[in-house]
Design a protein around this ligand. Structure first.
Ligand code: AP5
Length: 218
């Protein structure tokens, strides 16, 4: 068996709607790591109309990628600001440039790659509802809120993401194939990539949990 390493510095990769947010929430709950979601951070900036929020909104609404420099600076600062040695990056890196830069400044030691068929993804995104302030995600029929249309914790209303419109989802999937799949190859060559395949989170979760447990005790 593997020796316990000093820290868990991981990335979760997968197409839009592959379940990165859902799996990340379980890893946080079970292992106490800090979750850094680039998408949640960006949505927070947009909701608060910050300078960054104003710059990135049009890219996000169209399903395009936000420029690398903006993302690298945002996520680097975020990593520096947390005190937990164990963290999980979700949604970053998404281009080869982002991945290479990250490996120079804050190298990661494990990459969890979720492989889910695009047909499954398109179905899921249609029934996704989110609590924007917290990033909590629900799905009609899979992970229903206790009260329809309301967040479990705050009772506030849920909404659908602008970029979850079917035409925008198709664009996000195209960007994933052209820009993010090269990142998978990069981590594979570094020998830190682990693939997880399956149509359901319940199928994938036990294998993920086993891998994370090699780095952190529950
Ligand atoms: P981001 O927020 O990162 O979006 P994404 O990668 O498209 O991922 P999603 O949030 O859509 O999906 P997920 O994989 O987390 O799936 P989830 O768990 O919600 O980025 C948004 C935008 O920000 C980008 O388009 C870009 O513009 C910009 N951006 C962000 N980072 C960037 C970067 N590094 N560089 C440049 N631009 C960047 O699950 C999906 C649904 O399925 C949910 O409804 C869930 O409940 C449901 N579900 C999950 N598992 C199951 C299951 N087993 N069965 C049924 N339903 C399930």
């Amino acid at each position: 068996s593997l020796a316990k390493v000093a820290a868990f510095k991981a990335v979760i990769l997968g197409a839009p709607g592959s379940g990165k947010g859902t799996i990340s929430a379980r890893i946080v709950k079970v292992f106490g790591v800090t979750h850094i979601s680039s998408g949640d951070k960006l949505r927070e900036h947009v909701a608060n109309s910050t300078d960054i929020g104003k710059q990135v909104k049009k890219f996000m609404d169209e399903g395009a990628l936000v420029p690398d420099e903006t993302m690298i600076s945002l996520v680097s600062h975020e990593i520096e600001s947390i005190s937990n040695a164990n963290y999980l990056l979700d949604g970053f890196p998404r281009t080869l440039t982002q991945a290479e830069k990250l490996q120079k400044v804050q190298p990661v030691n494990l990459v969890l790659n979720l492989i889910v068929p695009h047909s499954v993804i398109i179905d899921r995104i249609k029934s996704r509802w989110v609590h924007l302030p917290s990033g909590r995600v629900y799905n009609v029929g899979f992970n229903d809120p206790k009260v329809p249309g309301k967040d479990d914790i705050t009772g506030e209303p849920l909404s659908q993401r602008i970029d979850d419109r079917p035409d925008v989802v198709a664009k996000r999937l195209e960007y994933y194939v052209s820009k993010t799949e090269p990142v998978i190859g990069y981590y594979k060559r570094l020998g830190i990539l682990k693939d997880f395949q399956g149509d359901t989170t319940d199928e994938i979760w036990p294998k993920i949990s086993e891998n994370v447990a090699q780095y952190i005790k529950k």
